[in-house]
Design a protein around this ligand. Structure first.
Ligand SMILES: C[S@@+](CC[C@H](N)C(=O)[O-])C[C@H]1O[C@@H](n2cnc3c(N)ncnc32)[C@H](O)[C@@H]1O
Length: 319
């Protein structure tokens, strides 16, 4: 929402624009005062409409939570606001309240909003340095367990999960591992369990894999089909894909590692703290927590309860 200061206020429609020339003695020297008052009222108006929009957004989020059970109430407001405005615009609606009405009465519109709000961008061996660090610094620790459980929340369409499966398989650990890959969005989970990815992505993924320290031919992992690159079904054998909402669902096991990357950046600080508690209570002592490059333990309330395995790659171990 554009905010005007008294100095920058619009000068085209205020009293000065329709009134007397600047400094005219006929206005009794009150022009500046009137000008400022006008600008102030514009500022008030802008503040009021920003405040109104905040109220509308809070009401909309509460309504979709109550009606559809989708809880976006603790998502970071800035990006949420932009996405809601964009959805309203695409629907040809001018206010957030108008959007709320449409959402509650038109399920298809709600589906469109869900797609807008759940940002599913992902790729195989995204941030190769992270996978290299995981391979070198985390796998030797995981190898000490007779059976390994990994939780991969916010797995999106599964590229991250299959990348982890490849690492574990190359280290000879996959047969004794189970990866629980979860997401709030059922649509992405359906894609993930098919294990078919666009052929045109294979070049990028091969480069990522090699940069992550992979020493096989990446093409060994898939066959090219008419519908894309079909990944080896053996990679999916020990993966459980399931729906789970980090904002409202509780933990469901104890895990030797939690790999949750590029998910909490969408949450406000309050929800981040709540999710950190969830992870903390899901890890045993020495359990590993891996976050995304823009995420950290800062403000989690648990800064002192982990030691750093690799600061740059945001890998931590519970004390
Ligand atoms: C940007 S993707 C990250 C994918 C993958 N972790 C990566 O780094 O490549 C974020 C994922 O988090 C999921 N997500 C968002 N809010 C969530 C929530 N409350 N609970 C579980 N998953 C959520 C989205 O559906 C989306 O698939």
């Amino acid at each position: 929402m554009a905010r005007w200061s008294a100095e920058q206020g619009p000068r085209t429609e205020g009293p000065a624009a329709v009134g007397l020339p600047a400094g005219s003695p006929l206005n009794g020297g009150r022009e500046d005062e009137l000008d400022q008052r006008w600008a102030k009222s514009e500022l008030d108006r802008a503040e009021t409409s920003a405040e109104l929009e905040d109220i509308e957004i809070a009401a909309l989020l509460e309504a979709i939570y109550r009606f559809y059970g989708a809880d976006f109430r603790s998502y970071a407001r800035g990006s949420l606001r932009r996405r809601l405005r964009r959805r309203a615009e695409l629907e040809g609606i001018t206010t957030i309240s108008g959007l709320q009405e449409r959402l509650l009465h038109d399920r298809a519109c709600m589906e469109r909003l869900l797609a807008d709000l759940s940002i599913n961008v992902t790729s195989m061996f995204r941030d190769p340095a992270f996978y290299r660090a995981f391979r070198e610094k985390v796998l030797p620790h995981l190898a000490t367990y007779p059976f390994i459980r990994i939780w991969n929340p916010g797995c999106s369409t599964g590229e991250e999960t299959y990348s982890l499966a490849m690492l574990l398989s190359e280290a000879g650990l996959y047969e004794r591992t189970r990866i629980y890959a979860t997401d709030i969005n059922a649509g992405v989970l359906a894609v993930a369990s098919r294990a078919v990815f666009p052929l045109e992505k294979m070049r990028e993924y091969t480069e990522n894999y090699l940069a992550a320290g992979g020493d096989r031919a990446f093409s060994e992992y898939y066959v090219s089909g008419y519908d894309g690159a079909r990944f080896d079904p053996r990679l999916a054998r020990n993966i459980v894909f399931a729906r789970h909402n980090l904002a409202s669902d509780s933990s469901f096991n104890e895990f030797h590692a939690v790999v949750c990357r590029n998910v909490m950046i969408y949450f406000d600080v309050h929800l981040q703290r709540q999710v950190h508690e969830l992870f903390y209570s899901s890890l045993p002592r020495l359990g590993v927590l891996a976050l995304g490059g823009k995420e950290s333990l800062a403000f989690s309330g648990r800064e002192e309860d982990y030691e750093t395995v690799d600061g740059a790659e945001r890998i931590y171990r519970k004390r």
